[in-house]
Write a protein that binds this ligand. Structure first.
Ligand code: ARG
Length: 269
């Protein structure tokens, strides 16, 4: 995780952002600290990366790299981010992972190839495949290069296409709850992708458009809990069916930047 020391909204990278919306900085820090405490209470150990002045989105630790564990041991695939200010975050994350013994699988992506880490690349919980989406941030070409690299590790990649600009990252509309059940917002996918996606799960729970656009699919599943920024009776019923206890955490300051809980961490193997 990365403390939101320099967090700000300075430009419009997604439809949630507005250049004239100001961030309440002390409140953002409080929300982030409460989030850390909730993760610790759920049994997580937290490691942080030093925040860098001028990198206003660095708090969104899910996007700079894809993190995994395979026959090469623990590894990352560095991202190539669409926005220049965010691309500058990537070297800091690469260094962080390199210093901790992760293999760096650099795809050597070219000018027009983008890949935004766990914003668009999500593991099936058992590690048997990766769901990979393009449409707004990561590009099809970026996903193709990623698939080739994963093929060498014998990890299949399931390609999906996103069509709702409020669900510009896959982590806003796909949240695996366990190996059999998933939370999705169907309106975020093109019809063919939706058919493919449904085929991989025994139980598909559907969020409403309002729930998805309030980041209720951007939650974190952790040791029997579901950390979420909001809760509706509908979502509560779904979670109960899957044996998950909701934990509601305020992320209002980060939502101004188009991100919530899932975006603000990367799970380490
Ligand atoms: N302001 C950030 C951006 O637009 C938010 C990133 C949210 N991260 C995520 N994984 N959905 O890049």
């Amino acid at each position: 995780m990365c403390p939101p020391t320099h967090f700000d909204v300075v430009d419009q990278k997604n439809p949630y952002m507005s250049a004239n919306e100001s961030v309440d900085h002390p409140k953002a820090m409080q929300q982030w600290q409460a989030f850390c405490s909730a993760l610790e209470q759920a049994g997580c150990e937290i490691e942080t990366i030093a925040p860098v002045p001028g990198l206003e989105d660095m708090v969104f630790a899910a996007n700079q790299a894809f993190v995994g564990h395979a026959k090469v041991g623990k590894f990352i695939v560095p991202g190539r981010m669409v926005f220049a200010s965010r691309q500058r975050e990537v070297p800091y994350y690469i260094d962080w992972f390199r210093q901790r013994g992760f293999t760096i699988l650099d795809l050597g992506l070219s000018e027009d190839e983008y890949l935004e880490g766990h914003g668009d690349l999500l593991w099936h919980p058992d590690g048997s495949r990766v769901y990979a989406a393009h449409g707004f941030r990561s590009t099809k070409s970026g996903i193709d290069s990623f698939r080739e690299a994963m093929a060498k590790l014998e990890i299949p990649v399931v390609e999906l296409r996103l069509v709702d600009r409020f669900c510009y990252h896959l982590d806003t509309c796909l949240c695996p709850l366990n190996n059999e059940a998933v939370l999705i917002f169907p309106g975020a996918y093109d019809p063919a992708s939706l058919v493919i996606l449904r085929g991989f799960w025994k139980r598909v729970h559907e969020l409403t458009c309002e729930e998805a656009h309030k980041f209720m699919g951007n939650g974190i599943v952790c040791n029997g809990r579901y950390l979420t920024p909001y809760l509706t009776p509908h979502l509560e019923t779904i979670l109960a069916q899957e044996g998950l206890t909701p934990v509601v955490l305020d992320t209002s300051e980060f939502e101004k930047s188009g991100g919530s809980l899932f975006c603000m961490k990367a799970f380490l193997p």
